[in-house]
Design a protein around this ligand. Structure first.
Ligand code: ADP
Length: 327
C-alpha cells in the first residue's frame, strides 16, 4: 500500500505573477481537507536554505484570493544552483518532516525542483506561475491573463492620445523569451505591428509601410514590442525608425512592472484554484515530478523536465491573423 503523505511544503519562486496567492490558498485548503499538514516556505528556495519555514492553517490564507503578489514572497536564489545549497535546503525540509513540495513558479524554479528531486528524492509538483506563458503543455499559466489584460487596458489609453496627435507609438510589454503578452495584447488592441522573440523582426518592412503612410499623411501607427524581441526592444526600434522617418513623431512607452501586479483576473483565480487543488491530489496519488497544466479544459500532468526543455511555440495561424487584421 502506498505511504500516505502527511506533510507538504509550498513555496513561490522566481518571477511573481498575479494569482499565486489563489494557488497557495488552494494548496493549503486542499491539503488540510485531506488532513495533510502544510508548511509555507518564504522567499522560494532562499527560505528553504535559511530555514524560513512555518506551519500554515486555513486562516493563514484567508482573504488573499483577490490579492496580487505572493504572501509567501518570492526570490531568486544563487546558492540553490549549487549542490551544497540544495543539501542545506533538503536538511531543513527533513527537519520539518516535509515529504513533498508544491512549487509555484516558472521554468527556472522547475529546473531547481528537478535538481532537488534528483539529488535528494523529495517528490515535487509544479504549478506554472508566470505572466509570460512560456511553458509548453498548458494552455494557461497563472498570471498571464491578468498581465495581458493590464497591458490591453494601458495600450487602449495610449491609443486614444496617439490618435489625437497622429503619432507613432511603440509600446514595450514584458516577455524576454516569449511573445505571448505582445501577441495577445497587440491583437486585442489592433496593433499594426507586433514584434516578438519567436520571429525575426523585418524592420525594413515596417519602415516601408510607415513611409507609405507618411505619403498618405496617415501617421498613426501602434507597434507592440516584446522586451526580448531580436531587434532589441522598443528604444532600439524607435532609433531605427527615427533615422528613416525624420519628420514622424515617435513615442515609446515601456509598460514594465505594472504588468506583474494588481488583482488577479477571474480567470487566473479560477485556474490557480484548480491547479492548486489538483497539485495536492496528484501528490497524494503518488504522481509527482510533474507540473499541473490545463489543456483543452482538462488537467494535464507534464514532466518537470519537459517544461524546462520545451518552450511554447507560437503557431503560424496567429502570425497570419496579425498580418491580415493589421493591414
Ligand atoms: P522562474 O522560476 O520565474 O523562471 P528563475 O529562472 O529566476 O525564475 O528561477 C528561480 C530560481 O530557481 C533560481 O533563482 C534558482 O534558485 C532556481 N533555479 C533555476 N535554475 C536552476 C538550476 N538549473 N538548478 C538549480 N536551481 C535552479
Amino acid at each position: 500500500m502506498q505511504h500516505k503523505i502527511k506533510r507538504i511544503g509550498v513555496l513561490t519562486s522566481g518571477g511573481d505573477s498575479p494569482g499565486m496567492n489563489a494557488a497557495i490558498r488552494a494548496v493549503v485548503r486542499t491539503a488540510l481537507y485531506h488532513q495533510i499538514e502544510v508548511f509555507g516556505i518564504r522567499r522560494g528556495y532562499q527560505g528553504m536554505i535559511d530555514n524560513d519555514i512555518f506551519q500554515m492553517d486555513s486562516r493563514s490564507v484567508a482573504n488573499i484570493i483577490q490579492r496580487g503578489g505572493t504572501i509567501l514572497k518570492t526570490a531568486r536564489c544563487k546558492e540553490f544552483m549549487e549542490p551544497a545549497g540544495r543539501k542545506k535546503a533538503y536538511y531543513h525540509l527533513k527537519e520539518h518532516g516535509i515529504e513533498g513540495l508544491v512549487i509555484i513558479g516558472g521554468d527556472g524554479s522547475f529546473r531547481g525542483a528537478c535538481a532537488l528531486q534528483a539529488e535528494h528524492g523529495i517528490p515535487c509538483i509544479g504549478l506554472a506561475g508566470t505572466i509570460d506563458k512560456d511553458i509548453s503543455g498548458t494552455d494557461f499559466t497563472i498570471g498571464f491573463d491578468t498581465a495581458v489584460n493590464t497591458a490591453v487596458e494601458a495600450i487602449d489609453k495610449i491609443r486614444d492620445t496617439m490618435d489625437a496627435h497622429d503619432r507613432i507609438f511603440i509600446i514595450e510589454v514584458m516577455g524576454r523569451d516569449a511573445g505571448y503578452i505582445a501577441l495577445h495584447s497587440g491583437i486585442a488592441t489592433g496593433a499594426e505591428n507586433i514584434l516578438i522573440p519567436e520571429r525575426k523582426t523585418d524592420i525594413n518592412n515596417i519602415i516601408q509601410s510607415l513611409q507609405e503612410k507618411e505619403r498618405r499623411k496617415k501617421m498613426v501607427n501602434l507597434i507592440v514590442v516584446a522586451e526580448g524581441d531580436d531587434f532589441g526592444g522598443a528604444t532600439e526600434v524607435q532609433k531605427k525608425l527615427e533615422e528613416n522617418l525624420p519628420k514622424a513623431e515617435i513615442r515609446v512607452c515601456i509598460l514594465g512592472h505594472i504588468q506583474r501586479g494588481g488583482a488577479p483576473s477571474c480567470m487566473d483565480r479560477v485556474i490557480a484554484s484548480r491547479m492548486g487543488y489538483h497539485a495536492v491530489e496528484s501528490l497524494m496519488e503518488g504522481r509527482y515530478n510533474v507540473f499541473v497544466g490545463i489543456q483543452n479544459n482538462k488537467m494535464n500532468y507534464i514532466p518537470l523536465e519537459a517544461a524546462v526543455k520545451n518552450k511554447g511555440k507560437i503557431s503560424d495561424e496567429w502570425l497570419q491573423i496579425v498580418r491580415i487584421l493589421a493591414s
